[in-house]
Design a binder for this molecule. Sequence first.
Ligand code: FES
Length: 288
Amino acid sequence: MTMRLVRTELVDSREILPGQWLQSFLAPELSSGSRAGQFVHARTGDLSGLVLRRPFSINTADPATGVITIHFRTIGRGTEWFTRLRPGDTVEMLGPLGRPFEVDPRSRHLLLIAGGLGMAGVRSLADEAINHGRQVTLLFGAASARDVYPSSLLPDEVEYVIATDDGSVGHKGFVTELVPDYEGWADQAFACGPAPMLAALARIAEGRRERLGVAKLGRKRGVGKPDVVGSTAARRKAFLQVSMEQNMGCAVGACLGCVIMGTNGVPQRVCREGPVFAAEEVAWESGW
Ligand code: FES
């Protein structure tokens, strides 16, 4: 689907965690035309008349009701403006933007890994996967129990495993420490969170083939002509795909404010070439 400017209407707004909001918007054009991993660029206003645009992952999209949700933390004027919206208020959104997650049709077991607000980046993939009959384990990391995304907001079918820095709930430590328990089970992994977390996951994924021998899908995967780096097909075959949380300006590829370095030596715009990348497409050590 091509991106378009859509007039949406707020139908529900809730503070689900301290400073974290979940808002539902009626937006049939976006709910039926978007895929997991894509985002919208929403136009906000404030009393000074200043127009701010803010990118939000499409947290969930329900074609049956025409509703999409966004999940965000209040971090400034743009997001605070959102918290003052009331049902019936309208918001202009440009979307869907960016490239989505690509699930290999043969993958049965998906490992989703989210750190904090990174939940918003993978949340809709859980729905998509379950609708396609796949099994989903979601590993979630937060600072403490008060920041843990409520399990009641996830589909019942998802196995939800939590890690907290202070051990107040679940595993005490980083969410990345949970991955070794699941990497043999998982056909593919999909992650969103802070860059250091994604870089750590990329390192784990790199060594996976040697640790596990031939990966479950590896036998078929290595065969045939190689896929072009950056292509949808290459992405689909990657064990680990990451959704980058990069600051954005224009969100449509023009300002270069969101650039990271690719392993092919070419700068990659998170808003256009991403936000989803195969882990091996990203030059993690370059510190963009
Ligand atoms: S945000 Fe402007 S190029 Fe990506």
